[in-house]
Design a protein around this ligand. Structure first.
Ligand SMILES: *[C@@H]1O[C@H](CO)[C@@H](O)[C@H](O)[C@H]1NC(C)=O
Ligand SMILES: *[C@@H]1O[C@H](CO)[C@@H](O)[C@H](O)[C@H]1NC(C)=O
Ligand SMILES: *[C@@H]1O[C@H](CO)[C@@H](O)[C@H](O)[C@H]1NC(C)=O
Ligand SMILES: *[C@@H]1O[C@H](CO)[C@@H](O)[C@H](O)[C@H]1NC(C)=O
Ligand SMILES: *[C@@H]1O[C@H](CO)[C@@H](O)[C@H](O)[C@H]1NC(C)=O
Ligand SMILES: *[C@@H]1O[C@H](CO)[C@@H](O)[C@H](O)[C@H]1NC(C)=O
Ligand SMILES: *[C@@H]1O[C@H](CO)[C@@H](O)[C@H](O)[C@H]1NC(C)=O
Ligand SMILES: *[C@@H]1O[C@H](CO)[C@@H](O)[C@H](O)[C@H]1NC(C)=O
Ligand SMILES: *[C@@H]1O[C@H](CO)[C@@H](O)[C@H](O)[C@H]1NC(C)=O
Ligand SMILES: *[C@@H]1O[C@H](CO)[C@@H](O)[C@H](O)[C@H]1NC(C)=O
Length: 722
């Protein structure tokens, strides 16, 4: 198997490396185009519906499919005053979409006193598709500003016309429409609100000749991809592209009339391109979400300005005490405790992927004030740890207080990220101070919050009915995952911690974010793909734990991809795998796309180690999940880094890379602990290169060899016992 692979690639790669003569040109070593079939984006910004739900037609509807592409005669909904049933159809776009719907009408007729009216209800799922939309902005506006009552209204003119779903009203404050929707299903029925009289009537006849959506998000067609991923497990490959589509759907231009109605519109964001949290709602950019959504964005497309616009906007609203708002919502006052630390982490990622060091130079003082004033001055005298004492919430709006493991682990993560940025900018004193503080906090976390009985961190705060310096007997996914990723625990503690957590929190739809309900009922059944990402990363970063990562991914992403609306990844999952906040739940949420960085950063193993990926590491995780090969690319400012690896059935392994000429890096060659021969570009290599590998990696210890590599094409093979 491996031999045939090498033979095939010899024609291109070895031709370059060893000069072996090229016969057939093997174009797709890194899968340059084989992945196109997985892309979920519409091919143009005008999106047509796929079908109607035939089981859901009610009343007098002629030619129900008529408006669909390829059909000629229009769909006609007719209703007379004595009709028992209201004519209605449910339009299915085939997948979750976002944008502005328009409807072309052919001739329509009045029945009695006025124009026939249509009502529209939108939903991401069939479960929450009722006679009102699963979410409208209007329903969430203060009284007095509401224009719709959960449906969008249309007054249908007699002559042929086109109606576009703009936010606003057709007549004064009557016949109103909500505007933009994120949805898969749209129910249309011939009806009118009493309050819309005399402009519309619930009777008459309406002919629909066409329905389409003007896509408002990032249109991620194949030509826009700067990175991609494929592997021997087609589900994982597809989920990578589903994750990209989910973040694409959550991206777009910030517009006051399309964003979260809770006072999040702001002149400084208006008209700028951003990554929202969700497509349906809140449509406000939150910095915590960027910890994942921005990675997905960098790893798939070249559009970093979406992230930069948000980081700049929030930094410009830093409070005098150093706190950075999580989002523009509530005029930049939503009280979240953890998000200023995510701003630091998102800034680190931004600089590493884009090379824009000017950005961090400009906002360095913002970062320092957050780390040193807001958090640094709030370390307890008794434990030297963050002790949250205010009513602030976090990514899950948990008002938990006390010495919480998650906040402290995230502080370590942020300090270490900032220390690298300080180092890059030559602020050595800060870099050293932050590195030291991170390490001290880690030691102190173990001293206070480690639960020896189970071998994992406690959540750390008191139980809801207790207070003071007490610890509730409950464990959370967030602090445990981040403690591993930020290097607070060594491999042996990490292994035990991940075993414990996987055993206690596994659900058919992922790993729950708490292991029991001490903090709140239902928490042991709730799964956030967002915070699961850090636990999954911890599994890929811990030697021997990758099987459990693949197992968890298959439950989590397998569940979402096979439950309505399919394809896009949800904001949160509740008991029995249902959307955790019913119809309000966003079913396309960029923060749930961790599958993308998990595959690109761990399975391909590509990570930047200097701004703009001028240096990089390629440390693939090749064990677990029955993968036999993976290939793909990550875009950088100087061109793509391409990687392909394949395992032979005899334990042999081949890794090929192609990186920009003006870069260099380190390859972690997995040797499985054997003493197999490692051959790079035709020469046997041994010994570990003296290079820094960032972050804990699964191949640590006896299992790998680090080799330095210049930019360009390289091929590494390991032959065990041959
Ligand atoms: C569509 O019809 C099916 C089958 O009768 C029913 O279960 C479902 O609730 C209907 N959905 C809507 C949105 O009416
Ligand atoms: C249904 O509507 C059509 C017009 O589209 C009309 O010709 C027909 O008489 C209606 N059927 C009934 C039973 O009302
Ligand atoms: C919902 O709409 C259907 C027609 O699509 C109608 O038959 C039903 O009476 C409506 N229900 C309510 C509660 O308005
Ligand atoms: C339909 O009703 C509208 C609004 O009342 C009116 O302007 C129009 O003339 C009517 N059309 C016909 C054909 O009666
Ligand atoms: C919101 O306003 C902008 C102009 O500022 C307009 O282009 C856009 O279509 C509006 N969106 C909706 C849903 O009405
Ligand atoms: C938002 O807050 C700023 C500063 O705190 C204040 O000047 C401004 O008036 C507020 N805007 C609104 C719409 O309340
Ligand atoms: C941190 O300390 C400052 C000053 O001592 C205080 O104003 C602020 O509320 C504290 N913040 C938290 C989150 O405890
Ligand atoms: C955290 O602060 C609260 C409120 O001041 C206090 O009751 C509690 O003992 C502190 N916890 C620790 C571990 O210091
Ligand atoms: C891991 O850390 C724990 C706690 O600090 C320590 O007791 C243990 O010896 C360490 N294990 C290894 C293998 O270094
Ligand atoms: C949480 O788990 C601990 C340890 O297993 C147990 O003592 C406690 O009763 C549990 N609490 C709830 C609410 O399930």
């Amino acid at each position: 198997m491996i031999t045939s692979f090498i033979a095939k690639t010899c024609t291109t790669l070895l031709a370059l490396v060893t000069g072996c003569s090229a016969g057939v040109v093997y174009r797709d070593v890194y899968g340059e185009s084989t992945w196109h079939k997985y892309v979920r984006s519409p091919s143009t910004s005008i999106v047509k519906p796929k079908s109607i739900l035939t089981a859901n037609i009610t009343g007098n509807v002629s030619n129900p499919n008529g408006f669909l592409e390829g059909n000629d005669a229009p769909t006609i909904l007719s209703r007379k005053p004595d009709d028992l049933h209201i004519p209605s159809i449910v339009v299915d776009f085939g997948q979750n979409v976002v944008g502005i719907v328009s409807i072309d009408f052919a001739q329509s007729t009045n029945s009695s006193q006025g124009l026939p009216g249509l009502k529209l209800a939108f939903s991401e799922t069939q479960q929450f598709l009722t006679n009102t939309s699963d979410f409208t902005r209007s329903d969430n506006l203060p009284d007095g500003q509401k224009i719709t009552k959960g449906t969008d209204q249309v007054a249908v003119a007699n002559d042929p016309s086109t109606w576009k779903n703009k936010a606003g009203c057709q007549y004064g404050n009557k016949v109103c429409s909500d505007g933009l929707h994120g949805f898969r299903y749209m129910k249309i029925w011939l009806d009118a609100l009493d309050s819309d009289a005399p402009y519309t009537q619930p009777y008459g006849s309406v002919s629909i000749s066409n329905i389409e959506l003007d896509w408002s998000a990032y249109l991620g067609t194949p030509d826009t991809f700067t990175g991609w991923f494929e592997c021997s497990d087609e589900d994982l490959t597809q989920w990578w592209f589903d994750g990209v589509y989910t973040t694409d759907m959550s991206s777009g231009t910030f517009l006051a009339n399309e964003t979260d109605p809770r006072d999040s519109a702001t002149p400084t964001l208006e008209g700028t391109r951003v990554i929202f949290d969700g497509a349906k709602r809140d449509r406000d950019p939150y910095v915590g979400d960027l910890a994942i959504a921005s990675l997905t964005s960098y790893l798939s497309h070249d559009a970093p300005e979406m992230t930069r616009n948000i980081l700049v906007n929030l930094a410009n609203h830093q409070r005098a005490d150093g706190w950075i708002p999580p989002a523009s919502i509530n005029n930049y006052t939503l009280p979240l405790y953890d998000y200023p630390m995510w701003w630091v982490v998102a800034t680190y990622d931004f600089v590493m992927y884009t090379g824009d060091t000017d950005f961090v130079a400009q906002y360095y003082d913002v970062m320092k004030k957050t780390l040193d004033s807001y958090y640094g001055q709030n370390l307890t005298s008794t434990h030297g740890l963050l002790n949250k004492t205010n009513g602030y919430g976090d990514y899950a709006f948990l008002p938990r207080s006390g010495v919480i493991t998650y906040y402290n682990a995230l502080y370590v993560h942020a300090l270490k990220s900032a220390a690298q940025l300080a180092n890059i900018l030559g602020h050595d004193a800060d870099s050293n101070a932050w590195t030291t503080r991170a390490s001290e906090i880690g030691t102190k976390m173990l001293a206070r919050n480690w639960d020896y009985a189970v071998g994992a961190f406690f959540d750390g705060g008191p139980c809801p009915d207790k207070s003071g310096d007490t610890i509730c007997n409950v464990h959370a996914q967030d602090g445990n995952g981040l403690a591993v990723l930020s290097g607070v625990v060594n491999t042996s503690l990490a292994t035990g911690l991940l075993d414990f957590y996987g055993n206690t929190a596994a659900r058919p739809y992922g790993n729950a974010f708490y292991d029991n309900d001490s903090i709140q009922a239902g928490f042991s059944q709730r799964v956030y793909a967002f915070i699961s990402y850090f636990e999954l990363g911890a599994r890929f970063a811990t030697h021997g734990a990758s099987n459990s990562a693949f197992d968890e991914i298959k439950r989590l992403y397998g569940w979402m991809s096979t439950h309505d609306p399919e394809i896009t990844f949800w904001e949160g999952i509740g008991p029995e795998g249902a959307p955790y906040e019913d119809g309000f739940t966003s079913m396309a949420h960029g923060w749930s796309t961790g599958i993308v960085p998990l595959m690109s950063n761990y399975v391909l193993g590509i990570k930047p180690t200097a701004p703009g990926s001028k240096t990089w590491q390629i440390c693939p995780v090749i064990d677990g999940g029955d993968l036999t090969w993976a290939r793909g690319a990550v875009g950088t400012p100087s061109g793509p880094i391409k990687v392909r690896w394949e395992k032979g059935t005899d334990g042999s392994f081949v890794l090929q890379i192609d990186t920009p000429k003006d870069t260099k890096g380190a390859i972690c060659v997995p040797t499985g602990g054997s003493k197999g021969r490692v051959v790079m570009d035709g020469m046997e290599v041994d010994g570990n290169a003296d290079v820094d590998i960032i972050g804990p990696i699964a191949t640590a210890g006896e299992g790998f060899m680090v080799v330095k590599a210049s930019g360009g094409v390289h091929m590494v093979t390991v032959n065990v016992g041959k």
